[in-house]
Design a protein around this ligand. Structure first.
Ligand code: ADP
Ligand code: MG
Length: 238
């Protein structure tokens, strides 16, 4: 179960504030998409949730528990980065096992989890390959698999399609939607692409300049945008 609350979250780098008070409540099992132009603070917010960077001001709660000072490895959160660096000298199996071993799981449990993730991501035939022997889409699936073997209650995906060509994007996008349902956890998906947001999300967070402009279902944003920015961002086809 993963219910998520952000209360007045601010982030400053030195004197520069890049998040200006973010309030958000996400329900268990929702697929939430953060969307907004480049530089608006999407990745920064994700990194705060994952615990990779400290929150300057405000509170982050997961299932009503304050997480601000909880170590990243104890949050039950896994993040897939925009540049999904796999370990080049390890094969697919070893890449997926690495994070799970760090959690202190025994070998049999790691094997079982990898088998399950490989099935979900259709990676069974590729387990012996090195990253350089994989296509971009396959590498991205391994990066997602590496996150899944940790069985996160909250999965964070930062622009997971950005390194894929157009043909693969829709495949991997559908895969992520299917995985989200199959895992039964909560997913936060970051993109700057409004089409991706509209097709994937239960609810969308529209960000701009370190603030949330609107939070609602794709239909709500489309039919009743709260301002001109949201209307333009959601309404304008690519
Ligand atoms: P997005 O992911 O929406 O493109 P980011 O969260 O990466 O945006 O960046 C938001 C703002 O914060 C940008 O102005 C960026 O330059 C700034 N920023 C991000 N990380 C740092 C950092 N480590 N130090 C200073 N400024 C940063
Ligand atoms: Mg980013």
């Amino acid at each position: 179960m993963a219910r998520l609350s952000l209360r007045g979250i601010r982030k400053r780098f030195k004197a520069v504030e890049v998040l200006h008070g973010i309030d958000l409540d996400v329900k268990d099992r929702e697929l939430i998409v953060f969307v907004g132009p480049s530089g608006c603070g999407k990745s920064t917010l994700l990194r705060l949730i994952a615990g990779l960077d400290p929150i300057t001001e405000g509170e982050f709660l997961l299932n009503d528990q304050r997480m601000n000072d909880v170590a990243p490895s104890r949050r039950g959160i896994a993040m897939v980065f925009q540049s999904y660096a796999l370990y080049p000298h390890m094969n697919v199996y070893e890449n997926m096992a690495f994070g799970a071993r760090l959690m202190g799981l025994d070998k049999a449990e790691v094997e079982a989890r990898i088998a399950e993730a490989a099935r979900m991501l259709r990676l069974e035939a590729l387990m012996e390959r090195r990253p350089r022997e994989l296509s971009g889409g396959q590498r991205q699936r391994v990066a997602i698999g590496r996150a899944l073997v940790r069985k996160p209650q909250l999965l964070l995906l930062d622009e997971p399609l950005s390194n894929l060509d157009a043909a693969l994007r829709s495949d991997v996008r559908l895969e992520i939607a299917r995985l989200h349902r199959e895992i039964g956890g909560t997913t936060i998906y970051v993109t700057h692409d409004q089409v991706e947001a509209m097709t994937l999300a239960d609810r969308i967070v529209v960000m701009n300049g370190g603030r949330i402009e609107q939070f609602g279902s794709p239909r709500e944003l489309y039919e009743t945008p709260s301002n001109v920015f949201v209307a333009n961002f959601i309404g304008s086809p690519r």
